[in-house]
Design a protein around this ligand. Structure first.
Ligand code: ADP
Ligand code: GLC
Length: 492
């Protein structure tokens, strides 16, 4: 199949979170499976600094924007280690900025214009480079306008007649909701601004537009696919999703084992495999303790957390149990950025308990790998979690996750019970109710288990034996693509 993936992030070009890992990993897996994959991304400042070969194509794409013609260059590159072609939309005014979406804690005020323009540039690039896609795979609100553009403007144009638009929802909490007057930026007729299509309670909603106009919809775990059809998790769009339930599939993310494999990871001080995990992890832990000035005691359980610091990720629970946790024999290593309140909380905790807590505020890819390798337990008490990647990275690195049983965490961690231990399938600890007491109880269970080598070795071994590689999920995406195409033309 000829597949165009449109995204606002992809590893190693630009990343703020899991979307980037997923787009990079899926693109590579699809290309390995023989598909012709082109990834279209904005050409950000972040990316300009990266040492990835690229060359200007000398071609320009042009779109209408508020009655004017706006032009962008197209730079070509390749996803390292793959056959995936990458087209970078070079529009310095929109994308040559310090942040991807946010600067100094505030969203760029023209985000709607930037990503409406990007969505149109993707379609024009597909036309200019004669990509004739079988599928355009869009991701999140930033490319949510594309399915509408395909249905309304492009389907009748040469090269797009048989193109299916597929949208993957990575997080319902981010919808690209803008004031109604921004409808003008889409370049589509005002008549589409109605409650069945692009409007949501008086506002332009780009995620809703994508949900309504795409030929097939996916989200990043089977449990989240069910959850988002309820008021608790649907963030106001549950009705729209219920309406499209037939078209919605939950596909669990994979992990890119070229990048997240403790046996080959260049970022960690000693590589290790299932056979050598006890030695390798002990060394990585010692080095991390050293780096953070934590007492270098091998037997103290080290709990890691690498995360956007937001309400989604359960920092309120961490805050609630911190006092209690500080009474235990435990060390904590935090890496993250986000809401000032949580940044301040972990900073203060580290200042108050320097022999127990280390906090790094910032984004540091290589430190993220080191924390995964060094930790014994990984904390992921997310309030909601569409999929989550660190619980899978953790298992691959022999780090036992303690998670809230929600979304993709429920689908990818097997709770430790006497039965699941005996069956040698247990990989972590889940708590069911989102509250501090439930989290603390389960964390205590994890700490007890850590002190019992016979139990712990089984948990580590089970986690490291799981196959999270992208192939399984890529096959499920192929099925969705085929269904989306069949729905366009039942005879395909
Ligand atoms: P989300 O996309 O909701 O943030 P995921 O678990 O899907 O959560 O993915 C988060 C990704 O971002 C992981 O690869 C994680 O290691 C990475 N990450 C998050 N915060 C940081 C940080 N401060 N430094 C480095 N990597 C980070
Ligand atoms: C979102 C979700 C996260 C998911 C990621 C990649 O950022 O919050 O759960 O793993 O997208 O799909």
């Amino acid at each position: 199949m000829r597949i165009v993936i449109a995204s606002s992030e992809a590893v190693p070009f630009a990343k703020t979170g899991g979307l980037a890992d997923v787009v990079g990993g899926l693109g590579k897996a699809l290309a390995r499976r023989g598909h012709d994959v082109t990834l279209v991304l904005p050409y950000y400042r972040q990316l300009m600094a990266e040492e990835i070969p690229r060359r200007p194509t000398g071609r320009f794409v042009e779109i209408p924007m508020r009655g004017q013609r706006v032009r962008a260059g197209v730079v070509e590159s390749q996803l390292p280690g793959s056959q995936v072609r990458v087209l970078l939309i070079d529009h310095p005014h929109y994308f040559d900025r310090p942040g991807l979406y946010v600067e100094d804690g505030s969203d760029y005020p023209d985000n709607c214009e930037r990503f409406c323009a990007f969505s149109r540039f993707v379609m024009e690039a597909a036309k200019m480079f004669r990509l004739q896609p079988d599928v355009i795979h869009c991701n999140d609100w930033q490319t949510g306008l594309i399915p509408a553009l395909q249905q309304i403007e492009y389907r009748s144009r040469p090269g797009f007649e048989q193109t299916a638009a597929v949208l993957t929802i990575h997080n319902m909490a981010f919808q690209g909701s803008f004031w109604g007057l921004d409808m003008e930026l889409t370049g589509l007729d005002e008549s589409y601004f109605n409650w069945r299509q692009m409007e949501h309670y008086g506002r332009l909603n780009l995620l809703k537009s994508g949900i309504v106009f795409s030929d097939a919809l996916t989200t990043v775990s089977p449990t989240y696919a069910r959850e988002i059809q309820t008021a608790e998790f649907g963030c106001g769009l549950e009705g729209v999703l219920q309406h499209r339930a037939e078209a919605l599939t939950g596909i669990l993310n994979g992990i890119d084992v070229d990048l997240w494999n403790p046996d080959t990871d260049p970022a960690i001080p000693m590589p290790y495999s299932r056979e050598t995990v006890s030695v390798g992890k002990a060394f990585c832990k010692k080095r991390l303790q050293e780096r953070f000035n934590l007492p270098q005691q091998p037997k103290i359980p080290l709990c890691g957390m690498i995360s956007r610091m937001s309400e989604q990720k359960g920092f309120d629970l961490i805050e609630e149990i911190a006092g209690e946790l500080m009474q235990q024999d435990v060390q904590l290593a935090f890496l993250g950025t986000g809401e000032k309140e949580y940044e301040a909380f972990v900073r203060e905790l580290a200042a108050r308990c320097p022999d127990k807590v280390a906090a790094t505020i910032g984004f540091d890819e290589s430190l993220a790998h080191q924390i995964e390798a060094a930790s014994d337990i990984y904390l992921m008490p997310s309030r909601f979690e569409p999929c989550g990647l660190n619980q899978m990275y953790s298992q691959a690195y022999g780090t036992v996750p303690a998670v809230h049983a929600v979304g993709g965490l429920a689908d990818s961690v097997i709770d430790c019970t006497p039965e699941s231990l005996a069956d040698r399938v247990a990989t972590g600890f889940q708590f069911q109710t989102y509250d501090a007491a439930a989290f603390l109880t389960r964390l205590r269970d994890a700490l007890d288990a850590y002190r019992d080598d016979a139990v712990w070795d089984v948990l580590v071994e089970n986690g490291m034996s799981c196959d999270w590689s992208w192939d399984r999920s890529a096959e499920e995406y192929e099925q969705v693509y085929a269904q989306a195409r069949a729905s366009l033309n039942p005879s395909c």
